[in-house]
Design a protein around this ligand. Sequence first.
Ligand SMILES: Nc1ncnc2c1ncn2[C@@H]1O[C@H](COP(=O)(O)OP(=O)(O)O)[C@@H](O)[C@H]1O
Ligand SMILES: [Mg+2]
Length: 149
Amino acid sequence: MVRLVGDEGVMKGIKITSHLSDTLPVIRANVAYVGQALLNLLVNALEHTPSGTIEVKTYLKKEEAGDKVVIEVKDSGTGIDPDRMDSIFEPLTSFGKTQGRVLSVNAGMGLHFVKRIMEAHEGEVRVRSVLGEGTVFFLVFPAIKTASE
Ligand SMILES: Nc1ncnc2c1ncn2[C@@H]1O[C@H](COP(=O)(O)OP(=O)(O)O)[C@@H](O)[C@H]1O
Ligand SMILES: [Mg+2]
């Protein structure tokens, strides 16, 4: 997946890196849908990162509510205006707002799909963004307890 969008990044001079943990607990996931969610995040990162880096990471996060497996997509791009944070997951709210867009792939549905896909996995999507510094999206999945635990 990273390799799929990697060429686009190379063309723009963006460095794309991935750190994938190989000792993660099991999650229950529809690979096609999660792949689509990840692709949406990567495309958004590319669209909003004029130069710099995009990092993809997976890791285990221990939380009070239970262990989580996290897929993180972090960019050093434009960031998101705090005023818009509440609406980015709404369908089509961003339609027409192509300001600062380098390339446009879908019309305001991307993050809405990501949110729906994560809900279907009993997980969630989280976001942290600083205007002018960059954005991090987290796909958070509940880890499945196995018999050995
Ligand atoms: N990585 C990002 N950096 C900055 N803004 C972002 C990022 N990802 C999403 N956004 C903001 O969230 C909005 C909604 O994203 P999305 O649902 O994928 O729709 P679209 O990309 O078609 O506008 C975008 O228009 C953009 O303003
Ligand atoms: Mg998008």
